[in-house]
Design a protein around this ligand. Structure first.
Ligand code: AKB
Length: 319
């Protein structure tokens, strides 16, 4: 099933980094009366209906999806990598039990399409480092990676067993300026750009040469919309598409920022998040996403840094 005009679209985790922007894109494309934005606390927005929905509350998920006659679920509620290592039981509950509740409720209420983001966290120390193919060694060492790999597999299972079209892509670090990210390993990039825009120095929690796959938010939103609207018969994969726009290390980002802010300085004091990043690849093979649903990111690292600093710089500091 493809995302179509007219059906009700439920977004979980809609106050998060991706949700706060994807919800707006869904409203622009499908109309505000067709989108319901939810989060554990009711989201603050006035362009569509909002509600509080805890995805770990199975009864609440079942009754919400049924009562609202939801036809598509965009399931974004999740605990990310760094927070997941601090609170593994919470990560398991939200990421696995939350996904299972959404899957079962979707099957029982005849939802047609379910999207969830997977992650580069599904890879592990045994995965090749460069140009990683979709099918490769996936033995993650973090609770986040383990739970998201299970979500990929549950998505495949429910798609095969029930008439539920489950789709997902392995997102890299996403850089954006609207809602702050929460609890990820790639969050350093946004913190660094924010510090530079505000005229502060930055102490980075990853090593200066730790290259990771990344993408700018407009390309992430465009990719998710493209994937949702791709005809199902063109998809050979379902829940495990690799996507990324470029790779950079903290020191490469620092150099890019210095192009515009020559006075900007970073110190490097890696913490336990470096251990997570050490198990992730540096680059991915995105050809399956390009072939099957037209993945084509447009922002380069330079264009992203220009745009981020333009938006993040306080009006009082702009020249
Ligand atoms: C994280 O750092 O946990 C996320 C991710 C790469 O999935 N941004």
């Amino acid at each position: 099933m493809v995302l179509e005009m007219g059906g009700k679209i439920l977004v979980t985790g809609s106050s998060g980094q991706i949700g706060s922007e994807l919800t707006g894109a869904l409203i622009s494309r499908f109309g505000s009366s067709n989108v319901i934005a939810t989060d554990i606390q009711s989201p603050v927005r006035n362009d569509c209906r909002t509600a509080s929905l805890d995805v770990t509350d199975r009864d609440a998920v079942f009754s919400f999806i049924k009562k609202e006659k939801v036809s598509t679920v965009i399931h974004l509620a999740a605990i990310l990598s760094a927070r997941g290592e601090k609170e593994p039981a919470l990560a398991f509950n939200v990421n696995v039990n939350g996904m299972r509740n959404i899957l079962d409720a979707s099957v029982s209420a005849d939802v047609g399409l379910l999207f969830f983001p997977s992650t580069i966290g599904v890879f592990g120390a045994g995965t090749p480092r460069e140009n990683v193919p979709v099918e490769t060694i996936t033995r993650p060492s973090t609770m986040y990676g383990i739970t998201k790999l299970l979500c990929e597999q549950l998505g495949e299972y429910y798609s095969a067993k029930y008439e539920l079209d489950v789709r997902g892509m392995r997102l890299p670090g996403i850089v954006s300026y609207r809602a702050p990210p929460g609890g990820g390993t790639t969050d350093y990039s946004i913190e660094m750009l924010r510090a530079a825009a505000e005229g502060r120095g930055y102490s980075c929690f990853l090593k200066e040469d730790c290259r990771l796959p990344m993408m700018y938010m407009p390309d992430a939103i465009d990719s998710i919309m493209k994937m949702l609207e791709a005809p199902e018969d063109r998809l050979k994969h379902r829940t495990c598409f690799n996507v990324m726009a470029f790779s950079f290390s903290p020191s490469e980002l620092e150099q890019e920022i210095r192009r515009l802010r020559p006075e900007f300085r970073v110190t490097y004091t890696p913490d336990e998040r470096q251990l997570i990043a050490d198990t992730w690849p540096r680059s991915l093979d995105t050809s399956a996403a390009a072939e099957e649903w037209g993945f084509a990111p447009s922002y380069t690292l330079t264009a992203m840094v220009d745009d981020m600093l333009k938006h993040l710089t306080p009006v009082s500091r702009r020249q």
